[in-house]
Design a protein around this ligand. Sequence first.
Ligand code: 5AD
Length: 452
Amino acid sequence: MPSVFLKTYGCQMNERDSEAVAAQLVAKGYALAASEAVADVVLLNTCSVRDNAEQKALSKMENLAGQFRKQRPGVLLGFLGCMAQSRGRELIDQLPDVDLVVGTQKFHRVADYVDDLLAGRRDKIVDTEEERGSEATIKEHLLNGAAKAKAVTAFVSIMQGCNQYCTFCIVPYTRGLERSRMIEDIVAECRELVARGVKEITLLGQIVTSFGKRDIPEREGKSAFVQLLDAVHAIEGLERIRFTSPHPKGYGPDLVEAYARLPKLVESAHLPVQSGSDRVLKLMHRGYTRARFLEIIRQLRAVHPEMGLTTDIIVGFPGETDADFAETLSLAREVEFDNAFVFKYSPRRDTPAAAMPNQLPEELIEARHAQLLAVINEIAERKNKACEGRVLQILVEGPSRKNAARLEGRTRANKIVVFEGSERHIGQLMDVKITHAAPFTLYGDPAILNLN
Ligand code: 5AD
């Protein structure tokens, strides 16, 4: 059977989509190639959120096409996902060696399309149509395939799309409007994963806190998303629940209370703030103020003082003044995030912000990026250092990505801990004493308790 190499750009949702596509290909008998050099089919699952993500995938494809044209002209090339959705056929006009372009609502058709192209039944395929019910098609997992020996953690897609229309963001155009899966289907998938040994599940969506908003009425003050958390929490054998990405506006009292009530819901939140300036937040159409955001952080820390908090921040939004940026710096200092992704504003097609006046010069954006990153990193390092000497619970995920001779796991607050252990620790919850903190990684020793 032919082999497929699938490379993923962008977020965890894209990783999850790729996993589902890979699982579907494997189910049809395709092999997964270890590299593009030996593959019969090369698929790039793309990201559009910033221009550099698109450029990376485009130049990768250009290189592949150039290389294969001379050496292996039969290799099939395809773009999947967000950039495929937003650019469609244009991608084939630009790169005529590309055979397949499949958008975000058609991942489940990829394996059939690859069959058709390889069999010569069709020449080029572009499918960026919308499809009712496509949100329920990302459900196959590759748990025990070659790529993932004994999976301890898994991602489960609960919804697709976003209706928030932040003015900088391309997602509503690439992922479509919000569509949620049924709670029973999600729970059935989670149950199956747990039966196969998974201990931690991360619920995924572009705006998970809007899950089921239009279809599932509030019950006893609980939003549909919290009802879903309750249902997943009830699965026996599941140890931990995470989710990403939420929107701050979804942090009502029911969700804050869920952190206190549901022990499997770990003390960790990735809460994208984007800016510390009310003026900019409004221009971004974020739907909250700085004060409201700080209030959510205060409430979460009141429930769990040790809550791991991370965020996304954009610098250089059109018209951002020195005073606006100073507000972002001061918010970062005030909250003391455990970590943050700092992004340089990138104008995206079809978005209102791209047409706003006062687009800022690249040098200014660069300077603000460096300045904010320095503040974020200094705080992150300090917070990591504060873990030295403490005993923290980790879920052991497998060999360390940096050094395969060691193991790694995550704390409930989502910090990575590397330690010396053995195969049999994989999948276990264990206490480790933190012996050393590097800027992005903690090093630990299993506490005496776990040594037997
Ligand atoms: N420019 C820069 N960063 C962006 N993000 C989304 N759109 C843009 C853009 N146009 C960032 C936001 C979001 C993260 C996933 O990507 O911070 O939370």
